[in-house]
Design a protein around this ligand. Structure first.
Ligand code: ADP
Ligand code: MG
Length: 629
């Protein structure tokens, strides 16, 4: 028997691990199973070129044994095993670069960050020392006549001695410490295999107690603990629709059917298999809308569960998606921090994002009824996507539907399709805080008259859409309050009349402005296209939309002072009588009260409130008194 000291750095990892109060100690089993699986993979590959390699030991499997009296957990595999040299190299040093980097991070990390770092990422074989105070590795490789036994208490040294093992493979015996003895119980082992190693492609077997009707143990029987074949690693054609739906339920607890699933097997620069689900209904158990929720598909590496929610695989706005991604292109022993900047994940994310958008486009086209149900629940997240995605925002914008002035519910494409005059390249919209509010806007009058439809942006998130989406395809998104909208061409005669009215009103408009006060408004103009309305407030193009301004102020953001333009309708009877009064007595109290009233009613229409509410009501009551006369 010879005693060897661990390589200096290995000693440090061991110390950290054994003294770590890390709560997720149970990952040690996942690590050991994945090592056994790797060793079996290597044997399988050797057998391809060396026909006699396997001999009569050709049925690959991993066997678990437990001894509750002695607190032992034993794992056996018939993989490649290790020679004496390999034992030293693999279990006496930190040869793996991932582990080395992990170490470096760990050195810098503080007490509690340390626990986070270990996170869901194992540090391989040594994690066994988080739960065992002694580990024995008996192993036999075909490359060596002799078998060897490696023993260590995980402190500073390990011993290597001869073993009488004759068959190829490795047996690892864990002397589970007192504090973790639960790990030796049958249910716990079963539970851990199901949780982390269910899809490992080699059967994992263990003696399971058999019970009679009264629950008495009648004996044991070797049973397979893992399912092995995961649905996402199967080919699309071999998975039945029912299986997809079943898996969705176990994955999400959503008992309703999903809108669609996206199953892919990608081989290329980065290879991965993925199975993603788009929900249709709101999930009763998880608020898919909550941006602080853990989201993202499960991440498997070589059939081993690495992360329950890998949020680096999809953009945040796609947090309604659930599923599984499996890749062999990242190492199992990578720390969480390293994973975040992993270019493999980034590439997968790009691919998945595109696929989700394609699938949504497909459903919009061919599965419209269910797609509409999806939109009821998830349109807001798509709108968020329009806001956050720089490149793909037009694609996402094409996926949402809006209500319109003419009572339809349409996508931008459908809106464009319905336009009689497609030359204009304008998509008209009106923004406001509720449907009732926007429908009451005088600016819609000319659109009603000309029978041109308008998109109603009446949801608070629509403000974000308006802010970033200046155009869709080659069409400009244009607010109905814009000054340069011409829906119906005027005749020469009409143009002339307009000019005359303008001249006729100009002094009156000037006085109106001065009466209201130039601190409040920029100027007063005429607008003949306000239907029967008295007047309205206009936002010059390029200004922050009033609704947006409101939101920004509510969020405490500074918005530059924006003076508005008051538009008066020369066809309105009240405007006409004001003008008449102006001709008679431009200093009359009646006139100045009416002018202020015109401004305040426009303000009220738009903002739903005015500063001097009491004064305004008083004025209204005065009017009402006249009405009763
Ligand atoms: P990794 O699996 O990332 O290489 P580990 O710390 O888990 O790191 O394992 C270290 C090395 O020990 C492995 O690379 C492998 O060569 C060897 N090893 C561990 N377990 C076994 C096993 N059951 N059979 C053969 N070799 C093993
Ligand atoms: Mg490993």
């Amino acid at each position: 028997m010879t005693q060897h000291n661990f390589e200096a750095e290995t000693g440090k990892v061991l110390e950290l691990l054994t003294h770590s109060i890390y709560s997720n100690k149970e990952i040690f089993l996942r690590e050991l199973i994945s090592n056994a699986n790797d060793a079996i993979d290597k044997a399988r590959i050797k057998a391809l070129t060396d026909t006699g390699y396997l001999g009569d030991n050709s049925e690959f499997q991993i066997t678990l044994r437990r001894d509750e009296e002695k607190n032992l957990l034993i794992l056996e595999d018939n993989g490649v095993g290790m020679s004496e040299d390999e034992l030293h190299k693999n279990l006496g040093t930190i040869a793996k670069s991932g582990t080395k980097e992990f170490m470096d991070k760990l050195k810098q990390a503080k007490e509690n960050a340390e626990n986070n770092l270990i996170g869901q990422f194992g540090v391989g074989f040594y994690s066994a020392f988080m739960v065992a105070d002694k580990v024995e590795v008996e192993t036999k490789s075909n490359e060596s006549k002799k078998a060897f036994k490696w023993t260590s208490d995980g402190k500073s040294a390990y011993e290597v001695s001869d073993s009488n093992k004759t068959s190829r493979g490795t047996i690892i015996t864990l002397y589970i410490d007192e504090a973790n003895k639960e790990l030796v119980t049958e249910w716990k082992v079963k539970d851990l295999i199901k949780k982390y190693s269910n899809y490992v492609a080699v059967p994992i077997k263990m003696d399971i107690e058999q019970k009679d009707e009264e629950g008495k143990v009648t004996g044991v029987q070797l049973e397979q603990l893992n399912d092995m074949k995961s649905i996402w690693t199967k080919s699309k054609t071999s998975v039945k629709d029912e299986e997809y739906k079943e898996f969705y339920k176990t994955l999400t607890m959503d008992f309703k059917e999903p809108l669609a699933h996206i199953h892919n097997n990608v081989e290329g620069v980065v290879s991965y298999k993925s199975l993603l689900y788009i929900p249709k209904d709101k999930n009763m158990f998880v608020n898919m809308d909550d941006p602080n929720r853990e989201f993202g598909p499960k991440l498997y590496v070589k059939n081993v569960l690495i992360l329950d929610n890998c949020k680096d695989l999809l953009p945040v706005w796609m947090r309604f998606i659930s599923g599984v991604v499996e890749t062999s292109d990242i190492p199992l022993n990578v720390s969480r921090e390293l994973l975040q900047s992993n270019s493999v994940l980034e590439k997968i994310k790009k691919g998945l994002t595109k696929k989700v958008i394609w699938e949504l486009q497909k459903n919009l086209k061919n599965n419209s009824e269910k797609y509409d149900e999806f939109l009821v629940n998830y349109a807001n997240q798509l709108k968020e996507g329009i806001y956050y995605e720089q490149e793909g925002k037009a694609d996402i914008a094409g996926l949402v539907k809006f209500e319109t002035l003419q009572g339809k519910k349409v996508t931008f494409d459908e809106y464009i399709e319905s336009l009689e005059n497609k030359e204009k390249k304008d998509i008209y919209f009106i923004a406001g805080k509720s449907k009732t509010e926007v429908l009451g806007s005088p600016y819609l009058e000319q659109f009603r008259d000309a029978k041109v439809d308008v998109i109603l942006m009446s949801d608070p998130v629509d403000q974000f859409v308006v802010q970033v989406l200046k155009e869709y395809k080659e069409y400009t998104l244009k607010s109905v309050t814009a000054d340069d909208i011409v829906l119906t061409e005027k005749s020469e005669e009409e143009t002339k009349k307009t000019e005359e009215t303008k001249k006729d009103f100009s002094d009156f408009l000037e006085l109106t402005k001065n009466t209201i006060g130039s601190a409040k408004i920029e100027k007063v103009e005429l607008n003949e296209k306000l239907g029967s309305a008295l007047g309205a407030l206009k936002t010059p193009t390029n200004w922050v939309d009033p609704q947006m301004e409101k939101m920004m102020r509510a969020m405490g953001q500074a918005v530059p002072e924006q003076k508005r333009i008051l538009e008066l309708n020369p066809n309105n009877a009240l405007v006409q009588s004001m003008k008449e009064e102006f001709g008679k007595d431009l200093k009359s109290e009646k006139l100045s009260e009416m002018m202020n009233y015109s401004y305040n009613q426009a303000l009220l229409l738009e903002w739903g409130e005015i500063e001097d509410m009491a004064g305004f009501v008083q004025l209204l009551n005065k009017f009402a008194g006249k009405y009763m006369d």
